[in-house]
Write a new protein. Structure first.
Length: 131
């Protein structure tokens, strides 16, 4: 069972290593992830990983598809906003991401679960000195 989610925030990642063309390999905590990278972004730069809101889903267990990005998270809070649900997710690293579920979807509502998205749906945004 999965639930379509919206990531409302970006997560800070380790410096990116370019893999090929517009792809980069990054680490968020201890998890390697793949994402698109702007052509102007130099290799090994601090970055934020941003995921298109409609591209994420929550799963009760780790998806078997090794080509998908997946992070184990803890649901720490759910706020009901009309028909939508805003969910705060805590990563093992201590970082927090916020998600908003589409109405009418079932999926995890408490405890540990996995947030999943395709590599092409994530993009690295260079971190500035102020970030």
């Amino acid at each position: 069972t999965s639930s379509a989610m919206r990531l409302a925030t970006c997560a800070s990642v380790q410096p990116a290593s370019l893999v090929a063309g517009d792809r980069a390999s990054v680490k968020l905590g201890d998890r390697p992830l793949a994402a698109r990278v702007p052509a102007s972004m130099p290799s090994r730069q601090r970055a934020f990983l941003c995921v298109r809101p409609e591209a994420c889903s929550l799963h009760h267990s780790k998806p078997p598809d090794a080509n998908m990005n997946a992070l184990e998270v803890e649901i720490t809070e759910q706020i009901f906003v009309g028909p939508a649900v805003r969910t705060r997710l805590s990563l093992k690293s201590g970082q927090t991401i916020t998600a908003a579920a589409r109405p009418g979807r079932s999926g995890p509502t408490a405890g540990r679960c996995w947030v999943v998205w395709a590599p092409e749906d994530g993009v690295l945004i260079p971190a500035t000195d102020e970030a």
